[in-house]
Ligand binder design. Structure first.
Ligand SMILES: [Zn+2]
Length: 65
């Protein structure tokens, strides 16, 4: 919290990009050129941001779509 400017993250593996939604207080998938940068949904994303990865969405069962 309070880390100004650190509102984007990109996966170094699959190219997924997220943006921090301040209103919703969660990461949302970035949209560029009308395309959602979802990357690979099976990727265990490694974000190119400093600090610990915070899996705010919680654990997911295998096979989740
Ligand atoms: Zn990824």
């Amino acid at each position: 919290m309070g880390e100004a400017g650190n509102n984007r993250r990109e996966c170094q593996r699959c190219g997924r990009r997220d943006e921090w939604d301040e209103a919703a207080e969660k990461w949302v998938i970035a949209v560029e050129d009308g395309e959602r940068r979802v990357g690979n949904k099976h990727c265990v994303h490694e974000w190119d941001i400093d600090g610990a990865y915070n899996p705010v969405e919680g654990p997911r069962a295998a096979g989740e779509e």
